[in-house]
Design a protein. Sequence first.
Length: 131
Amino acid sequence: MNTELTILGWTLVLAVVQILLPALLRTQETGPAYNVGARDGEAPPPRPVTARLQRAQSNLFETLPLFAAAVLVAHVAGRLGELTWWGCWLYLLGRIVYVPLYAAGVPVLRTLVWSVSVAGLGMVLAAILIP
C-alpha cells in the first residue's frame, strides 16, 4: 500500500479518536445512566474542554470527506507523487497537532495549524487537477 493510502488510514484512526475523546468526557459530565438512556431530558452544557473537542471533531468532519475523496481520486487516476505525499503528511500532521491546541484553547496558532492541514488538502487536489 502506498504512503498516501496509509496516511488516509491513519487519518481515519484520528477520526475515531476524535469521536471517543469528547464522548468519554461527556459521559463523565452527564454520567453513564444518562449516556445509555434515551436522553430525553436536558443535559447540562458541556464543559469548555469537552465543547472544544466536539468542535474540533466537527471541524475534522468538514474536511475529512474531501481529503479522503482527493486521496482516492489521486490513487485511482495514477496522480500520486511528491505533491500528494507532502500534502497528505501536512494534512494528517496538521490535524493531529490541531486537536490538543483546540482542546487547550490556544488561539491563532490553532488557526495556523489548521491552515497547514488545508494547504495539504489543497496540494492533493492540485495534484489531481493540474496536469
